[in-house]
Every structure is written in structure tokens, then in C-alpha cells.
Ligand binder design. Structure first.
Ligand code: IMP
Length: 432
């Protein structure tokens, strides 16, 4: 029996929601360990579309424990909204429990204001953030001036921390960004009301995970964003503010790294990106538009159109290395159906004409690289009804075979449509 981490291998939006939802059937506990409501998982269950930003996708299943770990930054407004919407829609299963780490840091109103003000004032140098306050919340955590979930239950400490934080934040908001200042008393009143609403869910989630593992339960660690949005290993500065690689599943949920046995990397059959930053295989042509339309590539969080391009295996191989990925799950293969030719980027030619298999750390050098492609014939046959690899069109199989060779790890699943059942399952990640 194994515990499994699921992480993105590209720039996020690889289709983790569907996969996590599928893998949840074999798990007892589902834990998120980083990011916040910058994520957006679109799930199609029984033909009904549900988007979750903060609560683990496992919540739609009964008899599970869902955890928002200490490494997540929590916007209580979104948490309460998602809980209430699930309850209203009859989607919060009766025997499923949701817990939020008492150590998770909170996203405060000034984090959102600063995130947006900073982006608005960074003319020509935007990151293209989701505007949810993620970066400023992680900044306060690292600066040791953040407010954690447990602080909501110590009113004097909460007020003191808020006042201290606002002395600095109001200076920035008014002085640098010409915005209105925020009131500590108003925020305290608002957050104390949230505190009462989320109290039943607040817990020592590290302990819950430990107890579950001792009882032989299977844990699924649900990553958000993707390997190349990682604050250390991504295309800095066009990244998010947390570690998205699998190593953070341990740190961000309060367990040791030795208990994670299998690491599944989710890889879309092509590449997309939202926000700014170099994207070597981007297609600014009718093929890019075709993929964008066929894949319905709009951000689940901001609704922005995603930039689309060919599969970049340099990115995926690097993700395999930085996350210790043991198998790949391929998503949205069906989106490529109908194209005459499909391409895979197998390396880069740097500005000095050197061939490289690694993403340069210097973002300008990365932007100057040119993708080196291998070209494959496409396929026209419809594939969403296929459930066996050998029944896929020969050209689709050849594409997957090359992808697997380049990744250096086996495929464990191929998704051929958005529905839960539109999936070719090759192995069970929970088996050692
Ligand atoms: P932030 O996480 O809102 O600070 O945004 C930083 C960068 O990460 C921007 O380019 C965002 O578009 C990107 N980003 C954040 N979350 C996601 C996600 O879930 N999917 C794809 N991109 C994301």
C-alpha cells in the first residue's frame, strides 16, 4: 500500500482536478500542501461542472478526510464560500470530514490589495498573478509577520499582529500606491466572524495525517500549480510564491518525506501557460487557436485565455527530476485529435547555438532559446470512447511512446476526455 503525491509537470492547469478526483477513489485522506485559491480545479462529475479553488477535489467523495495543510495560504472568505456552496448543492458528502491546519497562514484583505496594486503599477513587468493575495501572504509568512489560523482564536494577539502589520501595509498602500488605508478594527471584526464559522474545521492536521497513516490509511497529496511555477525551480520571477514540487508535500502537510511512495506527474499532451513569462513552444497561429478552443483553455480562477503551444519535454523532464516523479499521467490527448501534424520539443538551441536539455536559470537566456522539434503525423479518429492503450489510433500511440521515452518514466494513465470515465488506466498509483 502506498501514499501518493500528484503534481503538475508544466505551468499548472494540467488537468490535476480530474486526476485527483479519480485517484481519490483509492485514497482515504486527500491533503493539499501549498498554494491557495490561485488554483482552480474544474471537475466534471455526472455531467455537472464544479470548480474548487481551495478545498481538495476529494471533497466530492463520501467517507474521506480532506485536509488543507499548513503550507496552504487560506482566504477564509473563499473557504466559507466553498463550504456553503458545496452544502447548498448537496455535494458535501455526509461522512466526509474537512480539516484546516491551525498553522496555515491567512490571506488578509491587505494581501489582495497589495497583490493587485503591485501588478497594476508594474508597467511592462507584470507577473500576471491571479490577484488573490498569494504572494504577499507568503511574504508575510517568511517575514514572520503573518497571521495564522490559530491566531484567530487569540483575540488580543490577533489585534496586536494586525495593527503591527497594518502600520507597514498602510504605509505602502497610501504612500506607494495611492490607495485608501485599511482599518485594523474593521478587519479584526470581519475575521473574528470568519473564525466562528471555520472553527469546526480547524485542527492539528499533521497529527491527523500521522494517525491516519498509523491506521494504514492511504494518503493522496494534491499539488496545485505546476513544476515551472515553483518559487525555486520554476521560471523565476514568473512563478507563484510556493514550492510546487513534490518535496513540499511533506513540509506543507507536516509529515516526513519517506512516507510518500509514488509521485505522479500530470502532463497535458500539449503545453499551456497563463500569466506572463517566456513560453518557447507557444503557437501564436491557427493551431494555437485550435488547441485553445478544442481544449477550452480558459483559466478556472481568472477566466483568462490560456496561451497554448506544443508539448515541451524539456520542461517535463526537468519536472521529473525536481519532483522525483515515478510515473506520468497524460491529460487531454483528445484535444490534439484532428491536427495533421503534432510536434514535441525535445531540446533547446540556446542563443550561442549550443543544444541543451535543461531550462536555463537566467530568464533572458531562456527567452532567447529556440525549441528543437520532432514532428509526428496526427490522427483524426475520435478517442474519448477508448479505454485501452492498444485501441488508440497508431499515430496517437506513437506520440505517447515518444513522450514516455523522453520522460524516462512510465505512463500510468491517459485521459481522453473530460469525464471521469473517459480515461485509459494503466496502473494503480496506490500499489507499491
Ligand atoms: P499567483 O500565484 O497568483 O501569485 O500568480 C503567479 C503566477 O502563477 C501567474 O503567472 C499565475 O497565472 C500563475 N498561477 C497561479 N496559480 C495558477 C494555477 O493554478 N494554474 C496556472 N497558473 C497559475
Amino acid at each position: 500500500m502506498a501514499n501518493v503525491a500528484v503534481v503538475g509537470t508544466q505551468w499548472g492547469d494540467e488537468g490535476k482536478g480530474k486526476l485527483v478526483d479519480l485517484y481519490t477513489e483509492g485514497a482515504d485522506v486527500i491533503a493539499r500542501f501549498q498554494g491557495g485559491n490561485n488554483a482552480g480545479h474544474t471537475l466534471v462529475v455526472k455531467g455537472r461542472k464544479t470548480i474548487l479553488h481551495l478545498i481538495p477535489s476529494g471533497i466530492l467523495h463520501d467517507n474521506k478526510i480532506c485536509i488543507i495543510g499548513n503550507g496552504v495560504v487560506v482566504d477564509p472568505v473563499v473557504l466559507i464560500q466553498e463550504i456553503e456552496e458545496l452544502q447548498k448543492g448537496g455535494l458535501f458528502p455526509p461522512h466526509t470530514k474537512l480539516y484546516v491546519s491551525e498553522k496555515a497562514h491567512l490571506i488578509m484583505p491587505y494581501h489582495k490589495r497589495l497583490d493587485m496594486a503591485r501588478e497594476a503599477s508594474s508597467k511592462g513587468k507584470k507577473i500576471g498573478t491571479t490577484g488573490r493575495g498569494i504572494g504577499p501572504a507568503y511574504e508575510d509568512k517568511a517575514a514572520r509577520i503573518g497571521i495564522r489560523v490559530c491566531d484567530l482564536y487569540n483575540e488580543s494577539l490577533l489585534r496586536e499582529r494586525l495593527q503591527r502589520s497594518l502600520n507597514e501595509k498602510n504605509f505602502l498602500l497610501t504612500g506607494l500606491y495611492s490607495e485608501q488605508p485599511l482599518s485594523a478594527d474593521e478587519i479584526a471584526a470581519e475575521y473574528l466572524a470568519y473564525a466562528r464559522k471555520i472553527k469546526p474545521y480547524v485542527a492539528d492536521t499533521s497529527l491527523i495525517l500521522d494517525n491516519a497513516m498509523r491506521a494504514g490509511k492511504k494518503i493522496l497529496f494534491e499539488g496545485a500549480q505546476g513544476a515551472h511555477l515553483d518559487i525555486d525551480h520554476g521560471t523565476y520571477p514568473y512563478v507563484t510564491s510556493s514550492n510546487t514540487v513534490a518535496g513540499n508535500a511533506a513540509c506543507g502537510s507536516g509529515i516526513g518525506p519517506n512516507v510518500i511512495n509514488n509521485i505522479i506527474g500530470i502532463c497535458k499532451a500539449y503545453t499551456t501557460r497563463v500569466g506572463e513569462g517566456p513560453f518557447l513552444t507557444e503557437l501564436n497561429d491557427e493551431i494555437g487557436d485550435y488547441i485553445q478552443q478544442a481544449g477550452q483553455e480558459f483559466g478556472a480562477t481568472t477566466g483568462r485565455k490560456r496561451r497554448c503551444g506544443w508539448l515541451d519535454m524539456v520542461l517535463v523532464r526537468q519536472a521529473v527530476r525536481t519532483s522525483g516523479i515515478t510515473a506520468l499521467a497524460i491529460t487531454k490527448l483528445d484535444v490534439l485529435t484532428g491536427l495533421d501534424k503534432v510536434k514535441i520539443c525535445v531540446g533547446y538551441e540556446a542563443a550561442d547555438a549550443e543544444f541543451t536539455h535543461a531550462v536555463p536559470a537566467d530568464i533572458d537566456l531562456f527567452g532567447q532559446c529556440r525549441p528543437v522539434y520532432e514532428e509526428f503525423p496526427g490522427w483524426k479518429e475520435s478517442i474519448p470512447e477508448i479505454r485501452k492503450l492498444e485501441e488508440l489510433p497508431a499515430n496517437a500511440r506513437r506520440y505517447l511512446q515518444r513522450l514516455e521515452e523522453l520522460a524516462g518514466v512510465p505512463l500510468n494513465l491517459v485521459s481522453v476526455g473530460p469525464g471521469r470515465e473517459e480515461t485509459i488506466i494503466l496502473s494503480d498509483p496506490f500499489c507499491d
